[in-house]
Design a protein around this ligand. Structure first.
Ligand code: SF4
Ligand code: SF4
Length: 337
């Protein structure tokens, strides 16, 4: 079994980690079964967040009575110390535990530091002193905050979007984390659904020994492919190389990753799905994207005020309103087919 040591945390996690965002969409019984199946198949690192509605509760139910067998990472999106304490206590209750292994600030717009007015970092330090959290960490989608977090020396892990579609900027973060003895946790290893082959994605990650990918899993068939990778760590074959090359060519340049950090939009456009609709239609064909519900969502693009708020927030520097227009036109063509 391949493992990853998360920098100076000393945590040795099985290379295939479980992202617990999608289990919000299934029942508690189904989620508990899926999580236990993952554990029985060799997974030992589970990443959730206070913001993922009942995800923590499901993780807590799955691993009650066997807490020492798994690593649990969660996140707080609080912006004040008081909010962080509330979140932490609630996370501990939901997770049925008295400690969190990796406690992450959830995509803050700034890098919390000791003595900061927000009080977040000092609160996390105190929580660590009390034994309620073991490692102070951060997740982000902004390159600037990620660099600041690494350079500060204050964080033990960084979670950032990373897949075989990543560019040199993301690779630089991986390399900097390695040099700083910080763990690198990869979210969106399937690029928000754009990558279809879990095996090719896992084979790529295998070539990055310091990176811990957390795969968002909702269905048994998704889990099966990653449990296969636990048993037989995938090697980069010619077939996978071709898939990766083809995807890189097809998805080169500016494309929406679906992260949603440009939202909310003042007129309610669901940017994270609408700005990448053309790609989804081509790569993940499903009647769902052409349903009346999605047609209505795409129609909303016509209400765009061109206020530019989304562009300012997009970490990939996309011209989002333009991308939305392109996707709208493409969508109309699909509807006429
Ligand atoms: S530019 Fe359009 S899509 Fe972007 S936030 Fe403004 S209204 Fe929404
Ligand atoms: S436009 Fe940018 S911020 Fe918005 S969902 Fe797409 S990649 Fe994310």
């Amino acid at each position: 079994m391949a493992t990853v040591t998360l920098g100076r945390t000393g945590i040795v996690a099985q290379k295939q980690a479980f992202g617990c965002l999608p289990i919000q969409r299934i029942s508690k019984t189904e989620a508990v079964d899926l999580l236990r199946w993952a554990y029985d198949g060799g997974m030992n690192y589970f990443d959730t967040a206070r913001a993922y509605t009942d995800s923590e509760e499901k993780v807590g139910a799955a691993f009650a009575g066997m807490r020492d067998k798994v690593y649990i990472a969660t996140k707080t999106a609080a912006v004040t110390a008081e909010g962080m304490w509330e979140d932490l206590e609630q996370s501990l209750r939901m997770l049925q535990t008295d400690y969190i292994d990796v406690y992450q600030f959830h995509n803050p717009a700034f890098c919390p530091k000791p003595g900061g007015e927000d009080g977040l970092y000092d609160a996390a330090l105190e929580a660590k002193k009390q034994g309620k959290i073991r490692h102070i960490s951060i997740t982000n989608h902004r390159l600037s905050v990620a660099h600041e977090a690494i350079d500060s020396g204050l964080y033990e892990t960084l979670q950032f979007p990373y897949s075989y579609l990543a560019g040199p900027q993301e690779q630089e973060l991986v390399d900097k984390c390695r040099a700083a003895n910080m763990g690198f946790i990869a979210m969106k290893g399937l690029a928000g659904g754009l990558i279809q082959s879990g095996y090719a994605a896992a084979a790529f990650m295998e070539q990055q020994p310091d990176v811990l990918p957390i795969w968002g899993v909702q269905h048994g068939w998704e889990l099966e492919q990653f449990l296969d990778c636990v048993k037989n760590p995938p090697v980069m074959t010619e077939e996978y190389r071709e898939i990766i090359e083809r995807d890189r060519k097809e998805l080169a340049g500016d494309f929406c990753r679906g992260c949603g950090y440009c939202m909310p939009c003042p007129v309610g456009i669901e940017i994270n799905n609408c700005a990448r609709m053309s790609l989804m239609l081509r790569r993940a064909p499903t009647a769902g994207w052409l349903s009346p519900e999605y047609q209505a969502k795409m129609e909303k693009i016509k209400d765009c005020l061109h206020c530019g708020q989304c562009m300012k927030k997009c970490p990939y520097g996309l011209n989002t309103p333009h991308l939305l227009e392109q996707n709208y036109l493409d969508y109309q063509t699909y509807l006429k087919k």
